[in-house]
Ligand binder design. Structure first.
Ligand code: MRU
Length: 367
């Protein structure tokens, strides 16, 4: 994507060829800063502290984290240690495990002196593939948006609603849920996006609003509890979100609060779409509510909030009285029955095992 006239991905190999650079998402939207990751601990820390976040980008950073580990020590012992360190950084987005499994399986078959180059090459390929996948999700979702636009009287503006950030900042480029919106906007469809602020980390207010604004897409940030009201009053034509892990039956795990939006959409007959790349499908799991591990993060993300003061400085302030307990569940699961359709790089399908298998027939046998 373009920032101040320069094309950026969210992660790239640095000029020295030995480290990677990422956009520091903890600084957005107030500062656009690039951070260098030169070691395994730095890559693991960037994932854990959400310098990088979003399921596909977490996977890409995990892949580069293994490459950085191989540059330091290409032994089997290091491969296993780096795999374990990176895997435990964040538990919910399955793209991380997918990328780490992919690299570990390939590297194990190579002699140690070939592993560093192979790991960097594979991490770069995973990034390129993510860009191609997201572009294809954009094409497939665009067809749905065109259908919605065709049903609007007199070319009236379409209103989408999204939760959290599933745009280019959550992937390597383009995004999952936002890719079809960018495509529709670019081809001249009048589209406006309601952006849920997405407490506690505010990925909607900070990141989705930043992205959409830089791309020129009209949008309005709303408090997390507004969506149901808007849907009751016909002010949302469709909801579209990403996902961090989707089961073979089509249960969708995404940022906390997604489930409530899906319930409101169902009650009001508003289509609820989920956009996802294939590494987000966990073919080993069926029942998302019972089987997907839900990350619980530091309660300080709930009890405090960070923003920019009038003077331009960033500051953290407390919201909750001293002594109150807080709980910070980071994700929830939307059952497949509440999802109108899944939008993947291979096409659009019902959120069901049969739907997913119609696009991924090679998964008919469990493995
Ligand atoms: O905690 P995050 O910011 O890593 O969570 C990301 C999300 O939940 C997004 O909503 C997204 O849809 C999944 S990644 C495209």
């Amino acid at each position: 994507m373009n920032i101040d006239g320069k094309a950026y991905r969210t992660i790239w190999l640095a000029d020295d060829g030995r480290s990677v650079e990422v956009i520091d998402q903890t600084r957005l939207p107030h500062a656009f800063a690039v951070r260098r990751l030169a070691t395994l601990p730095q890559a693991a820390d960037a994932i854990r502290t959400m310098v990088v976040r979003g399921a596909p980008l977490i996977g890409a950073t995990g892949a580069y984290g293994l490459a950085l580990a191989m540059a330091e020590d290409p032994t089997d012992a290091m491969l296993d240690r780096a795999y374990a360190i990176l895997l435990q950084t964040r538990p919910t987005a399955v793209n991380l495990r997918w990328a780490l499994d992919d690299l570990r399986d390939r590297l194990r078959q190579l002699p140690p002196d070939k592993r560093r180059a192979a790991a960097f090459a594979r991490a770069a390929a995973i990034c390129d593939e993510d860009v191609a996948i997201c572009r294809a999700i954009g094409d497939n979702g665009l067809r749905l948006i065109r259908d919605i636009a065709a049903r609007k009287p007199g070319g009236a503006r379409i209103n989408a609603l999204t939760h959290c950030n599933a745009g280019w900042l959550a992937t390597v480029d383009w995004g999952t849920a936002l890719a079809p919106i960018y495509r529709a906007h670019d081809e001249g469809t009048p589209i406006h996006v309601w952006v849920d602020e997405t407490r506690p980390r505010n990925q909607g207010a900070s990141l989705t609003a930043f992205e959409l604004g830089r791309h020129g897409v009209p949008h309005t940030v709303i408090a997390d509890n507004v969506g149901g009201h808007l849907m009751q009053h016909g002010m949302v034509d469709f909801c579209i979100v990403g996902t961090d892990r989707t089961t073979r039956r089509g249960d969708v795990c995404n940022k906390i609060g997604t489930y409530l939006k899906a319930l409101a959409a169902h009650d009001n007959g508003v289509p609820f779409y989920v956009a996802l790349p294939y590494p987000t499908i966990d073919w080993a799991l069926s029942d998302g509510v019972r089987e997907i591990p839900i990350e619980q993060r530091d309660g300080r993300e709930v009890s405090h909030i960070t923003g920019r003061t009038e003077s331009g400085a960033c500051a953290e302030v407390a919201l909750v009285p001293d002594g109150s307990d807080v709980a910070n569940y980071a994700f929830d699961v939307t059952p497949a029955r509440l999802v109108t359709a899944l939008i993947t790089e291979r096409g659009v399908c019902p959120a069901s095992e049969a739907g997913l298998l119609s696009l991924y027939p090679e998964r008919r046998t469990r493995h």
